[in-house]
Design a protein around this ligand. Structure first.
Ligand code: GAL
Length: 686
């Protein structure tokens, strides 16, 4: 069952934690929610100790009253299972359910998500409270969606306790069958790590040396599966008790996050939901935001998804938190909606007075309603109401696709690559930024999709950034796509190892040598701040390789300085209608942008619309209508060519239109010819 957030309206609201406030506050909350146009809250996320203050003693009445008030006010509820934070009495009774860190230290009480997903005690307790919540409140008329736990993996991505080690051994036995196969796959002959039985396997706890890469990679997979197992256990209960209520859990898709591999989770949610927080120190944080939203849509296979959390202004957990500028919250929200979110929700409704997030922004600030944040919240509610027709439409399939691969991220981290400056996420993010700046629409999909599904069909440009771990079938699919006319760009350190982190021998990148018509015999990482030049004027940092080309492969750029002078740095192989470009070095951003622009132009891909640089453009369409989102990141007025009615201002627009600095337009585009619009405009304006 795939369920959209709310037919006919975009979702707007926040995490709501009434347990932090006197009971009477609910009246004011509900009145203000209505004033702001809130139509959805996530309730009960951290309410376990309030719902069960003593072992087996439930206090449900207050929760039922809150649900009733919300239902009366027509505010729907994402009902949470409160398992993210078990009550202190439970942790005291069963300290063994707490996770252990890589040094074997048990995490003390306090915090949240400090439980181990392999703990039988925790699992039984979670089953009990989830069943209680589902049976007591699951059929309440306010409930629209289950919100399972909270950001599973955020604080408990990896546990190193003995229970996990035992389950890991069983997981390995299922995956590899016998210990001989495991020894072979992991290459345990190195340093004499040969295993006599699965019982010899230990989790990769902190040691004098880093763990074997294959062990570390499989442990990441196992931990992701263990958390998924916990999620699925909760879901089984919810589906049994309330089969009609769709289920989700809030993902954390962000450049700096790799807690779990959502590519293996997404088929277990009825609706993909994501939490995203901008990075204060990043002056171009809107680009990372857009990338997160595009990745989330890729995980949702292009279907609408829900922004479950973001912030109205500053968070409280970065080194130097940043208060959002006027208009930034609206732009941030619409950046998600433009990219397929059918709503925008926040952490949280009312700013907490106590607790470790007391200085985190909220929809209702400490200072109350006479504030800029509140006014902007009310304005956002109004804008989202006007954007109701966008709900359920889909972002148009992009001609450019960028692969994102969490297993490659894990494998590279596990590998001790030859340079500390090689960080997986930087590479797809750099490519994305170059395309974003050119206003080119990009779909970002898990690399596993590209190996198995039709993700590459009809794409004109395919970017394969540092896809270190070669998914089986990927090279063949890329080759087929190129023969059909796609222009494929592969960057350094792609296809170097197989699924078990073992180097594919015979010259790098082993999996893609044939595809590229090029191979390297040696890596030559650069020192910090060291750069070398290419003969096309590009500057290279971090990474170079000693590349050889096969007959027929063109050298696009060669080294003009350093030990590789005269040798190929960027190569291109023509394949029937398409090409495959290998960027064997890390290009500085300007050079990467030039290269990708050249490929995009060669492929005939155009920007989403004609507009000044610095205006983000995305189109959603469906049911015969299309909506062009234009979000200005300029500090001065800009121009965009649009035809239709701006749903934000209500104005009819035809042709080159001014968009104010930092402003937004969502144009309900005229389906037929612009001629006709001109007629309409004349008529309406007269
Ligand atoms: C999220 C979390 C929320 C809140 C928020 C603060 O990661 O789900 O509960 O902690 O961060 O930014």
């Amino acid at each position: 069952m795939r369920t959209r957030p709310a037919p006919g309206a975009l979702v707007f609201g926040a995490d709501y934690n009434p347990e932090q406030w006197p009971a009477e506050t609910v009246e004011e909350d509900v009145a203000l929610m209505r004033e702001a146009g809130v139509n959805r809250v996530s309730l009960g996320i951290f309410a376990w100790s309030a719902l069960e203050p003593y072992p087996g003693v439930y206090d449900d009445a207050w929760f039922g009253r809150v649900l009733d008030r919300l239902a009366d006010a027509d505010i729907g509820v994402n009902l949470a299972t409160p398992t993210a934070s078990p009550p202190p009495w439970l942790v005291r009774a069963h300290p063994e359910m707490q996770l252990e860190d890589a040094h074997g230290r048990r995490v003390p009480a306090g915090g949240r998500l400090s439980w181990c997903p392999s703990s039988d005690v925790f699992s039984a307790q979670a089953e009990r409270i989830v069943t209680h919540v589902a049976e007591t409140f699951g059929d309440h008329p306010a409930v629209r969606l289950w919100h399972v736990s909270n950001e599973l993996g955020n604080e408990n991505a990896q546990c190193f306790c003995q229970a996990c080690a035992r389950r890991f051994r069983s997981w390995l036995a299922r995956r590899y069958g016998d210990v001989g196969t495991l020894n072979e796959a992991w290459g345990t002959a190195f340093w004499g790590h040969g295993l006599s039985s699965f019982d010899d396997v230990q989790s990769p706890r902190a040691s004098r040396n880093p763990p074997d890469p294959a062990l570390a990679l499989d442990y990441r997979r196992f931990c992701s599966d263990a958390l998924l197992g916990h999620y699925r256990h909760e879901v089984e209960i919810l589906r049994r008790v309330t089969p009609a209520v769709p289920v989700t859990t809030n993902f954390m898709v962000a450049q700096a996050q790799d807690a779990v591999d959502y590519a293996t989770w997404r088929d277990h949610v009825d609706l993909v939901a994501n939490d995203h927080y901008t990075v204060a120190a990043d002056s171009r944080r809107h680009v990372e935001l857009a990338l997160s939203a595009d990745r989330t849509r890729g995980l949702a296979r292009g279907e609408p998804w829900l922004l479950m959390e973001h912030s109205t202004s500053a968070v409280n957990w970065q080194a130097r938190n940043r208060t959002k500028e006027p208009g930034e919250m609206l732009r941030d929200s619409l950046t998600h909606v433009a990219r397929g979110a059918d709503g925008a929700m926040f952490f949280q409704w009312r700013a907490s007075l106590a607790g470790s997030e007391q200085f985190h922004s909220a929809m209702l600030p400490h200072a109350g309603t006479g504030t800029r944040v509140w006014r902007e919240v009310v304005e956002l509610g109004d804008v989202l109401r006007r954007l109701a027709p966008v709900q359920g439409t889909r972002v148009e399939r992009a001609q450019v696709v960028l692969l994102w691969d969490v297993p490659s991220q894990w494998a590279l981290e596990a590998a001790r690559p030859p340079s500390v400056d090689v960080r997986y996420a930087d590479v797809p993010a750099a490519a994305y930024t170059a395309l974003f700046d050119r206003q080119v629409a990009v779909d970002v999909v898990p690399a596993a999709d590209a190996a198995e599904r039709a993700a590459l069909d009809d794409r004109r440009v395919i970017v394969v950034p540092t896809t270190y771990l070669a998914h089986s079938g990927l090279a063949g699919r890329l080759e087929d796509a190129a023969r059909r006319g796609a222009h494929v760009v592969v960057t350094a350190l792609s296809g170097v190892v197989d699924d078990t982190a073992r180097v594919i021998p015979g010259g790098y990148p082993g999996a893609f040598r044939g595809l590229l018509g090029a191979w390297s015999e040696e890596f030559l990482p650069l020192q910090e701040h060291e750069t070398v030049d290419l003969d096309d004027g590009s500057v290279v940092r971090v990474w170079t390789e000693h590349v050889h080309v096969a007959d027929g492969t063109e050298v696009v750029a060669a080294y003009a300085s350093g030990p590789l002078s005269g040798l190929p740095a960027i190569t291109r192989r023509a394949l029937d209608e398409g090409t495959v470009t290998y960027v064997s070095c890390v290009l500085e951003q300007a050079a990467l942008a030039r290269l990708l622009q050249d490929v995009v132009a060669r492929a005939g891909v155009l920007p989403v619309a004609a507009a000044d640089a610095g205006i983000d453009l995305v189109r959603r369409s469906g049911q015969g209508r299309s909506f062009l989102f234009c979000l200005s990141h300029l500090e001065h007025a800009g121009k965009v060519d649009v035809h239709g009615r701006d749903l934000v201002s209500g104005r009819l627009l035809s042709g080159v239109t001014e968009i104010q600095a930092g402003g937004v337009l969502v144009v309900d585009e005229v389906p037929s010819s612009h001629q006709q619009l001109d007629g309409q405009l004349d008529g309406e304006d007269a």
